[in-house]
Design a protein around this ligand. Sequence first.
Ligand code: SF4
Length: 332
Amino acid sequence: MRMRFKFMADLARYMSRQKRAGHKYFPIVLMLEPLHACNLACVGCGRIVEYKDTIRDQMPLEEALGAAREADAPIVAVCGGEPLMYKHIVPLTRGLIDQGRHTMICTNAILLERFIRQVPPSPYLSFNIHLDGMRETHDRVVDRDGVFDTCIKMIKLLKEKGYWVQTNTTIYRETTADEIEEMVKLLTSLKVDGMMITPGYHYQVLTNDIYLKADEMPYKFMRVKKLADDYKIINTPIYLEYLTGERDLLCSPWTTVTRNPRGWKGPCYLITNGHYKTFKEMHEATDWEYYRTKQDIRCRDCKLHSGFDGTVALEFGKNLKDTWKMVRYYVS
Ligand code: SF4
């Protein structure tokens, strides 16, 4: 299976509860950014640029745990910045697990050894290791030699100790399809539990030209889609068809909400209109239909995983052919 059974069952229960209650705009994932500081300065990272004035801020522990209760999403991705630099990362992780949330630590792996001495494996805990290609590419993207080797060492260690490990790869213009395949094969030999492979997204605050253009995306993602037949790639098959240009999707930015030291970021993970004090304020201030239908100029070339895989999750069950495709894919 590409996902834990418990994860899928909990998610299905949550979705059907929300739908039965007649809710339309509900969150599935909370991106919790308790800090924006990082021990790396990756070339494609918009966070360290957008939040440079508050880069030293860290959320108080109670505020971070309170944000999870406020959104009440079943999945919390703890990211940043580098979340393992957060001074309360251990009690935060334990607290999220105690709340019964599927907690995903999105990390560059550098500080992992210290963390896993304090937090044992749990059916609610997983790691999402950032890896943007093979050694030369990854070390260039993160702008430091040796980080690729650290990632590989940490993946081996996590798997030896029984943790659930996924990887998160961003494809940039220079990443070749052959390199993606080489990395997928390597990660499979290390027994990773899932690989997310997405196009680099263009933060409004960045001006560099490293991101895939719309016409470059289909070829590279055709190869990813083909690899997904034989390897544990966890992008949904419908989202992969969106990336290859075989179908169009509307966006569901409310399915992935973002909370950081400045507040609730709206309207989505990628673009910022403002930061709001409460989750309710952010919801009330956002015209979800406008963003759902991608009318904003900033949505023009966006293929952000969280917005579009959210749509796939919401549409599950509505179309028999797609539903069967999804079931077959995830149990394979
Ligand atoms: S299309 Fe992209 S930029 Fe627009 S709301 Fe959706 S995720 Fe945000």
